[in-house]
Design a protein around this ligand. Structure first.
Ligand code: NA7
Length: 546
């Protein structure tokens, strides 16, 4: 690889690659991960190309345009920290940023670092194949691009393949149907309409209160009731922001010491050592603070079913106290473990069911039979509708990696290799797939952590690894099968010490029919960082470098 000088913005479009390559690196996706990966590699002088399916940057925050879409990690933390100037200059307006504000932020980042010239929009990557002879990746897009690159990096996100259930008659519906994860840019007019929302995960509980304000009537089709805690979202004033900005580095470092890499105070006591009064007091404080820190109230909420049940019972009581109709309250009350399926954070979700124009349809009593031209049939009766919103989730973590037909060394297909569940080393490397990386892949903290620092962790690690290879004259890096098997065993061992795997959820893939039941993320951001750092410091143990 020959590298020419970079221009003032760090761009290196004029750089040249060796060996007939088109690029040093191809990155798939222009969300948080792809944008920073591009910036990092380009700053190191690599000729890099991003392919992005959308017509703009933003990833998740580009596609999830539904009303009420909002991050459940505080905005002062859900942002990049690689450039102190960027984090000082950007001003967030709310404690939890809306989809629109995060998208603006990412557009700003794309412009600030002049990233767009190296991103090809409206271009979906369909296939990638490792060529054993030239030790390079051949990447094909659905638009007909066919490029050769030394490195192939999937920055495709954890929740980017919307899942549409196979409900009989869905295609016959003559009204408007849309998935929250693929919301039309022009929006959906719900004013005066009869709207059905299927699904009560994070997306459903965010969109339902918003649509209820416009709809003539809204029906929420609930299969499994969700736990939700209030966000207590509010405007972020300058003083609060400046206090954090004055010690941003320390603040970030403190957050990274927590298991999820998010700033919250982890209770030091066991819930089982507290009497009812103490439990109530602590949970009430957390409820008032709002957000995901609720389940950090005691140290063993994710380690012990009985401890978990103290938190679950508090939320159940809250639901009963908020929802006026006792039968509706009961139907909305979950009896699962709390937080082992992603805890929802909402604004006025349970209150929505006190509105006269909202009806809960409890699918545990009677499932959806089919969809007709004009509505949804449940229990033999059609509920007439104008709009159906599918808030039915995503093929999480592995979906976007397997949607691309990826063939590694000797032609082995990733789908085939992962038939019984994903196998990675450190979450981002795969034996048999040299010079390929998956940012926040399965077996990394990803969705059980603040994703932006997790992305930066992976991007920095990958960037450092490539720097190391170039410095030491290595062409190819590949995880060994032994290291990979060891990592998979470790990920499972850590998960099985907790109660997370006991519940069905997209963390274990059970939301997708036929998907192997495997615990997908790695629990423990600090430990993950420590292990990745150790591997690098020891000269990339668990990899073969040639
Ligand atoms: P989730 O959390 O996977 O929620 C999907 C919801 O859709 C959930 O309530 C499902 O019920 C429901 N669902 C799925 N298929 C059906 C059918 N066939 N019939 C009725 N209901 C169905 O996805 P979200 O988009 O809300 O959130 C994903 C993540 O994005 C979120 O956790 C944040 O991290 C951001 P089920 O529970 O399977 O019975």
């Amino acid at each position: 690889m020959a590298v020419k000088e970079q221009n003032a913005t760090g761009q290196s479009r004029d750089t040249e690659t060796a060996g007939g390559l088109d690029f040093d690196a191809v990155i798939v996706g222009a969300g948080f991960a792809g944008l920073y990966m591009l910036h990092r590699l380009r700053s190191a002088g690599l000729k890099t190309q991003v392919f992005e399916a959308g017509d703009g940057v933003g990833g998740t925050w580009y596609w999830n345009l539904y009303p009420g879409a909002r991050c459940d990690v505080p905005s002062m933390e859900y942002s990049y920290q690689f450039d102190p100037e960027l984090q000082q200059e950007w001003e967030w307006t709310e404690r939890y940023a809306s989809q629109g504000e995060i998208l603006k932020y990412l557009e700003h980042v794309a412009d600030r670092y002049n990233l767009r010239p190296d991103i090809k929009f409206n271009t979906r990557v369909g296939a990638a194949r490792y060529d054993d002879l030239s030790n390079s990746w051949i990447v094909e897009t659905e638009n007909g691009d066919n490029v050769k690159s030394r490195f192939f990096i999937m920055a495709t996100g954890c929740l980017s393949v919307p899942y549409t259930p196979n409900i009989e008659g869905l295609n016959d519906f003559e009204g408007v149907v849309c998935h929250t994860g693929n919301w039309p840019k022009e929006g959906i007019d719900a004013v005066g309409k009869r709207v059905g929302v299927i699904g009560t995960g994070s997306s459903g509980i965010q969109v339902a209160p918003m649509l209820a304000e416009d709809a003539e009537h809204m029906f929420v089709f609930q299969r499994t009731p969700a736990y939700s805690v209030p966000s207590q979202n509010r405007p972020l004033d300058a003083e609060e922001q400046n206090t954090i900005k004055a010690r941003y580095e320390e603040f970030r470092a403190e957050a990274k010491r927590n298991r999820a890499g998010i700033m919250y105070e982890l209770g030091q006591k066991s819930a089982l050592d507290c009497d009812k009064e103490e439990l109530k007091r602590e949970y009430e404080i957390r409820w008032e603070i709002g957000g995901l820190g609720f389940t950090a109230a005691f140290k063993d909420i994710f380690d012990d079913v009985d401890a978990n049940n103290t938190a679950a019972e508090f939320v159940r009581e809250k639901i009963r106290s908020i929802v006026r109709n006792p039968a509706v309250a009961e139907a909305l009350t979950p009896h699962t473990l709390i937080g082992c399926k992603r805890l929802c954070v909402s604004a006025g979700y349970f209150e929505t069911f006190n509105r006269s124009n909202v009806t809960l349809v409890d699918l545990r009593k009677e499932a959806i039979e089919r969809i007709t031209k004009t509505g949804i049939v449940v229990g033999g009766k059609e509920i007439p509708l104008d709009v159906i919103v599918l808030a039915t989730g995503f093929d999480a973590i592995t979906g976007a990696l397997l949607r691309v037909r990826i063939h590694g060394k000797g032609g082995i297909e990733l789908k085939q290799k992962w038939a019984d569940g994903p196998k990675t080393y450190l979450g981002h490397s795969i034996a048999g797939f040299p010079n390929m990386f998956a940012i926040t892949g399965p077996g990394s903290p990803s969705v059980l952590s603040n994703l932006v620092p997790s992305i930066e962790q992976d991007v920095n690690w990958i960037g450092d690894c490539i720097d190391y290879m170039n410095l030491h004259g290595h062409q190819v890096i590949e995880a060994t099968s032994e290291a990979e098997a060891g990592w998979v065993a470790h990920v499972n061992k850590v998960a099985n010490k907790t109660i997370y795997p006991l519940e069905d959820s997209w963390y274990v893939g059970t939301n997708i029919p036929g998907k192997p039941r495997v615990f997908l993320p790695y629990i423990g951001f600090p430990d993950y960082v420590g292990r990745c750092t150790e591997v690098a410091d020891r000269g990339y143990t668990g990899y073969s470098l040639t």
